[in-house]
Write a protein that binds this ligand. Structure first.
Ligand SMILES: Nc1ncnc2c1ncn2[C@@H]1O[C@H](COP(=O)(O)OP(=O)(O)OP(=O)(O)O)[C@@H](O)[C@H]1O
Length: 278
């Protein structure tokens, strides 16, 4: 069954007065970012979005999350048209976005607090999700006392504690070192396999995109469109050694093939824009 339906979604941004970019050789103050995205995501599916910088991945995530309105086109979660943020959608950003004045437990509890979950229940759920993410014993630590990886674990625990039907993740591991990133990818998969939330995950890293996903969606250079969808038919549960397998390498090549020209196009786009922009 379908969880998210995106139909002909377009987004154009209006720049400030005096600003411009070059589109099709001409300076303009209107930036087309998404040019008619169609995508359907199944219930419980893990979809990763890859594409060159500026291809509108984050904007698309914001549209799904109701944080940004599309210029035209529609997005539904289940059968409800997305017009504003919804409590059944969780969000995890690249920056940990924790409250520095709340400890780990209180940070997770916050998401439950705003949804009106009674005090004892929210404390119990917050503890449960911190434990799931290996943070038992760190409940009373403040964000400044936690490593980047631990902070991101708290942020993911917070998003999952509300039992979201959809979890949107915007490069959540990009700021982490390689080992922590590997570890968190595996932890996320382990937990996702238990709860089966629908996940849409934006990343620049091809290996990460393949390792996590049921399907990798490759976006074109701006204005973004779905260029190709690669079904990842690798067994689950997955472990990191899978990345050394010939099957994984085949997907790596397939995704890179789809992406390569778009990355080049995006680079040309920036070079041109930079020579015109104010
Ligand atoms: N509020 C805004 N006003 C004008 N342009 C914007 C605005 N928000 C985003 N953009 C432009 O939209 C384009 C797509 O941005 P977006 O952040 O979605 O790209 P992305 O694919 O996520 O890129 P990256 O991989 O670098 O994060 C960029 O060119 C960006 O400059």
């Amino acid at each position: 069954m379908d969880r998210i339906t995106i139909s002909d979604v377009r987004k154009t941004f209006q720049l400030h007065s005096g600003q411009s970019i070059v589109v099709e050789g001409k300076p303009t103050d209107r930036v087309p970012v998404l040019a008619g995205v169609d995508l359907t995501i199944r219930r419980g599916e893990f979809v990763t979005l890859v594409g060159p910088s500026g291809s509108g991945k984050s904007v698309l995530l914001d549209i799904i999350g109701g944080l940004t309105q599309a210029t035209s086109g529609r997005t539904w979660i289940d059968r409800t048209l997305v017009t504003q943020p919804d409590a059944k959608v969780g969000y995890v950003f690249q920056q940990y976005a924790l409250f520095p004045w709340r400890n780990a437990l209180e940070n997770v509890e916050y998401a439950l607090e705003v949804r009106g979950v009674p005090r004892l229940e929210r404390r119990e759920r917050a503890r449960h999700f911190l434990t799931l993410f290996g943070l038992k014993g760190f409940e009373d630590r403040y964000p400044s006392q936690l490593s980047g990886g631990m902070q991101q674990r708290v942020a993911i625990a917070r998003a999952l504690s509300t039992d979201p039907e959809v979890l949107l993740m915007d490069e959540p591991f990009a700021a982490l070192d390689a080992q922590t990133r590997d570890l968190l990818q595996s932890e996320l998969l382990r937990i996702w396999e238990q709860i089966n939330t629908t996940v849409v995950f934006v990343t620049h890293a091809i290996d990460e995109a393949i390792y996590l996903a049921d399907r990798v969606v490759v976006m074109t250079a701006r204005p973004g469109l779905v260029k190709e969808i690669v079904e990842i038919d690798l067994p689950r549960p997955r472990d990191l050694d899978l990345r050394n397998s010939p099957e994984f390498n085949h997907y790596r090549q397939q995704v890179w093939e789809a992406l390569r020209d778009e990355v080049t196009r995006a680079q040309q786009d920036w070079a041109l824009s930079a020579s015109y922009a104010n």
